[in-house]
Design a protein around this ligand. Structure first.
Ligand code: AMP
Length: 492
């Protein structure tokens, strides 16, 4: 079974009299990263208090008393995204652990790939778990560490977990923020004018509380924040930057910067390159799918010299379709979410740009909507390469079975979504469009879900992955250059 933490949003603040309120605001700007549950843990320097529940942040804290009760000048918070089957309150974060000698608040964004092995070892050793989430593993490792100080115990634990993660760990007077050795999941540090420090998944959360960006927390780094300020240490030297490309393609907000690159700009560039790589010679207009592909669509239109139009309108009050547990509900979700603008698309040959195709549900539905609204032709252009491999580091790109590009050729996908033509961005186009420039494979991007090159290994997932390769995946792997060929296995 896939691990239970996926892409989420985290926010933490130290040294602010309204810590839990600011955490609420910060999390609100990260709500796009997860809508399944939310929570906040605050400390007044002595005692940690927390509240968490299922639902959107505004639902969880609809009763404002809940926030007022979270007293103190430091806090951490979490918005949770998870796959179906795991939506129990037990798995909503932050977790708050009370021990005889201390309390720990813990949030995690990402996915561990050796959680199963670690958990089994810990359970054999007498550990009892309360949730089915990977996150609890870390706290058991901390408590079992033979190191002297809490910081060293945490570092010791961080060296044992593998995969994509950012952790925020709050104790009574200190907030720790850690990033995995590949920097797969983003974490940024900011500061308010009043001298409070912030850590968050995205820079948009620093902006929303009126803070200033200080720096990115990089691969293998641990930031330690107290009311006296912050220090940054490396808990490992064994790092290799590989930032999830899907953060740029889909997950993050366009006003955020990741590793110094603005997400809107990156998307727009990919759209421009897409227009060159996959032109649509007889098209009249270009439209995007709100909201995540509007930036790429505007880039495509600009480079193709075509009008950029609003051909689809989104009802902003429907949660993301991906969240729905069944295919039927997902299809219903798409219908409620998007409407075609007849006056814009009727009689036109339309280029419809989307950021990605996962199962194909969204594209298929949109092509139908556009044709029902009178579009003469619909040319689908995707501003990322084919999502052909499952993600194991914490973006919810499901299993091979559900990935349409792992099971169908481009022509078969075109037919399935009923488009007049279909084109994907190349891997090189994505890397160039995002524009990172690290001197490492893929210039510092993690391309695992496009090319099956798993920068952090596979551990517990190695067998599942190798046993389920489709012919399309095998052919791709046989024909493409790889950097991370060692499939590291877990111990079970
Ligand atoms: P699908 O309908 O399954 O092909 O999903 C594709 C749509 O979901 C695209 O329009 C994307 O904007 C969005 N998407 C891509 N990746 C993810 C993800 N990991 N989680 C949720 N939505 C996604």
């Amino acid at each position: 079974m896939r691990s239970l933490n996926e892409e989420c949003g985290v926010f933490g603040i130290v040294n602010h009299p309204d810590a839990s309120n600011l955490t609420y605001f910060g999390l609100h700007s990260l709500q796009h990263r997860g809508q399944e549950g939310a929570g906040i843990v605050a400390t007044d320097g002595e005692k940690l208090r927390g509240y968490r529940d299922l639902g959107l942040l505004s639902e969880v804290f609809a009763d404002k008393e809940k926030l007022v009760n979270l007293k103190g000048d430091s806090a951490v918070g979490h918005v949770r995204y998870a796959t179906s089957g795991s939506n129990s309150i037990q798995n909503i974060q932050p977790f708050l652990f009370n021990f005889y000698d201390m309390s720990v608040g813990l949030c995690h964004n990402g996915n561990l790939i050796n959680a199963k092995t670690l958990r089994r070892k810990l359970e054999e050793d007498g550990a009892i778990f309360h949730s089915s989430s990977d996150t609890e593993v870390l706290v058991h490792l901390i408590r079992r560490s033979k190191e002297e100080t809490f910081k060293d115990k945490l570092k010791d634990a961080l060296l044992q977990v593998k995969g994509g993660f950012t952790y925020l760990v709050l104790i009574k007077d200190t907030l720790y923020g850690a990033v995995d050795p590949n920097g797969l999941r983003p974490l940024v540090l900011g500061k308010t004018k009043t001298g409070a420090y912030i850590v968050a998944s995205e820079t948009c959360a620093i902006d929303v509380v009126g803070g200033e960006f200080v720096r990115n927390i990089e691969a293998g780094e641990l930031v330690i924040i107290t009311k006296d300020g912050y220090t940054i240490e490396k808990y490992t030297e064994d790092t290799l930057v590989s930032i999830a490309a899907m953060e740029y393609v889909y997950f993050s907000r366009p006003d955020s910067d990741i590793a110094g690159i603005n997400v809107h700009t990156a998307r727009k560039n990919t759209g421009k390159i897409l227009a060159k790589e996959q032109p649509a010679p007889n098209a009249d207009i270009v439209i995007g799918v709100p909201n995540s592909s509007l930036s790429a669509a505007s880039g495509y239109a600009e480079a193709a010299g075509l009008p950029y139009e609003m051909g689809l309108v989104k009802n902003q009050y429907v949660a993301r379709t991906f969240i729905q547990p069944t295919q039927e509900l997902r299809e219903q979700g798409v219908r409620m979410k998007l409407s075609a603008v007849k006056g814009v698309v009727a009689g036109k040959s339309v280029v419809m740009v989307d950021d990605s195709i996962v199962r194909g549900t969204t594209s298929a539905r949109i092509v139908t909507l556009l044709k029902e609204a009178g579009a003469k032709e619909v040319h689908v252009r995707i501003a990322s390469p084919r999502l052909m491999f499952p993600s194991f580091y914490g973006i919810d790109i499901s299993t091979t079975k559900e990935l349409i590009a792992a099971n169908k050729t481009i022509e078969e996908i075109r037919e399935y979504i009923n488009a007049d033509s279909l084109g994907f961005l190349s891997e090189e186009g994505l890397i160039e469009g995002i524009g990172l420039n690290y001197d490492v494979p893929y210039k510092g991007l993690c391309m695992e879900c496009f090319n099956g090159d798993y920068s952090a290994g596979l551990y517990d997932y190695a067998d599942e992955y190798l046993d389920n390769l489709t012919d399309i995946q095998k052919e791709y792997l046989a024909n493409n250059k790889r950097y991370f060929d060692d499939i590291v296995k877990g111990e079970n």
